[in-house]
Design a protein around this ligand. Structure first.
Ligand code: DC
Length: 485
């Protein structure tokens, strides 16, 4: 099994008249192929949802193209005529609710792509070599949308032969005909009897398997799952179990920063943990939301100098990097040595510090966890403060899960104006991560960095059990997404 994690270097506009170059890891692909009605669609959607990946239905693109061809009066036209027609067809893709959706020639064909007319023509259209290259190239162009679960017939064999995981779902033709018949019954207007449905399905199977270009076949290295006697949940669970059993293939191994000393970090953490327990009756909730491995950003509100230790002290199994103003490193030689040893990155807050941002992005892309205090500086009144668009830029470029954390009690214990620490209770609440898919809904929006930053801040505010925090400038509302997986 191979991994798709290769790197390419792309130019990134920083917005501060600079152009810098950042390493972009290629996203993971999970290919799920199989014949009609083998359960691919529902299973792929479920797997994508559970992993936080974006779902892609490649069959829908073949269907939409067939719909367009019928609309343009080319139903039953020769393969050459259809191939010549392709340059006049434009696809526009976008992500909505965790799936890639599209408009064809600026129109959303909706359920019409499942009509009988399309059903009867689609296999013949999909057998045309020029059509296959056209759809294949469009599919390959979707990788910037994030990690993808793509269902189809040739995803693991032709479109993404280097996919991180390949699955081939199959089922007995009788069972597949029954499933297809049930689906058809839900489609108003298309009346078919079970025998007709079975004949059409077998005809399509034969066409998909016998075409000369990219016929339906199991990819080398694919896992075959026989779904005849399994429920959708069983199949999805088998796929997730296989993927989760080999997480090391998917996640880049963490590469620690030069100067970081794990011993100093953990000794310091245990020291501060004891202090928090004894003096502040310290507690944390929702630690299951903090990934055990892989690049990730932890984002928190900022009320006190106690926040960094409150956020990281109870996370035993991994190390967390912080950004801290560079003046901290100049206070004394010991302070500088300690800050570097525990993995703190200096940032110059008086100017846009591109070097520090690049280093932070690269660290999380190399599999590390970074903690950011979104508001930049400690609150003066205990309330959440507005957050700047730069954080949204960093989150978008990092392309990793963002875990929201709400720290309560640190303002009461040691606010920015306090002279002495008070023994107030400190509790940290971790929430469900905001994924790159959640952020992709703002793709193309010129204000997307501000909207991403506001979305993350709203998730932090939603964790406050007292509900007393007020967002001064949130442009998005909090949307709770139930944790189904
Ligand atoms: O999965 P589906 O039934 O929506 O697919 C519609 C048609 O498109 C079907 O005839 C097979 C074809 N197809 C293909 O040839 N290659 C793919 N990757 C996906 C679908």
């Amino acid at each position: 099994m191979t991994s798709t994690r290769t790197h390419s270097v792309i130019p990134v506009k920083t917005g501060i008249q600079n152009m810098c170059y950042i390493e972009i890891p290629m996203h993971s692909i999970i290919a799920i192929d199989g014949p009609s009605a083998s359960g691919k669609s529902t299973v792929s959607r479920k797997v994508a949802e559970c992993l936080g990946y974006v779902h892609v239905d490649s069959g829908a693109i073949y269907r939409a193209l067939t719909w367009q061809i019928i609309r343009d009066g080319l139903a039953g036209a020769s393969p050459e005529a259809i191939a010549r027609h392709l340059p006049s067809v434009a696809m526009r893709f976008f992500v909505e609710e965790g799936a890639v959706r599209f408009a064809i020639n600026d129109v959303d064909p909706g359920p019409a792509i499942r009509s009988l007319a399309v059903q009867e023509q689609v296999s013949a259209v999909a057998a045309i070599p020029e059509v296959r290259s056209w759809v294949g190239e469009h599919l390959q162009s979707l990788t910037p949308f994030g990690d993808l679960v793509i269902e189809g017939r040739d995803i693991g064999t032709v479109v993404f032969p280097e996919a991180a995981f390949k699955f081939y779902l199959d089922a007995d033709p009788e069972e597949r005909s029954r499933r297809r018949y049930r689906e058809q019954q839900d489609l108003a207007g298309d009346e078919m009897n079970p025998a007709e449905v079975k004949r059409a399905l077998l005809r399509r199977d034969a066409c998909d398997q016998s075409r000369s270009t990219a016929p339906l076949a199991m990819a080398p290295g694919a896992y075959r799952i026989e779904t005849t006697h399994l429920t959708i949940e069983d199949v999805a669970a088998q796929i997730l179990a296989i993927i989760r059993a080999v997480p090391k293939h998917r996640l880049p191994k963490a590469v620690e920063r030069d100067g970081f000393k794990p011993f100093v970090y953990h000794i310091s953490r245990v020291f501060f943990l004891c202090y928090l327990w004894v003096f502040h009756r310290y507690a944390t909730h929702g630690r299951k939301h903090v990934p055990r491995e892989g690049g990730c950003i932890l984002v928190s509100n900022h009320a006190s100098f106690l926040d960094p230790i409150a956020v990281c002290c109870n996370i035993w199994n991994r190390h967390i990097y912080f950004l801290a103003r560079d003046t901290l490193f100049k206070q004394s030689r010991f302070m500088k040595w300690w800050a570097i040893s525990v993995g703190t990155l200096p940032i110059n807050r008086t100017k846009g510090d591109i070097r520090a941002l690049k280093e932070a992005i690269n660290l999380v892309r190399q599999g590390n966890m970074l903690c950011l205090f979104l508001e930049g500086t400690r609150t003066s009144n205990g309330r959440l403060q507005p957050v700047k668009a730069g954080i949204g830029f960093l989150i978008e470029k990092a392309g990793v899960p963002v875990v929201p954390a709400y720290v309560s009690g640190t303002f009461e214990a040691f606010s920015r104006d306090a002279r002495w620490v008070k023994p107030r209770k400190i509790v940290v609440y971790f929430g469900k991560p905001v994924t790159p898919v959640d952020c992709a809904v703002f793709k193309g929006d010129p204000d997307r960095h501000q909207k991403i930053a506001d979305l993350v801040m709203a998730r932090i505010a939603a964790l406050d059990p007292a509900g007393s925090s007020i967002m001064a400038s949130a442009s998005v509302s909090v949307k709770a997404t139930p944790d189904k997986c």
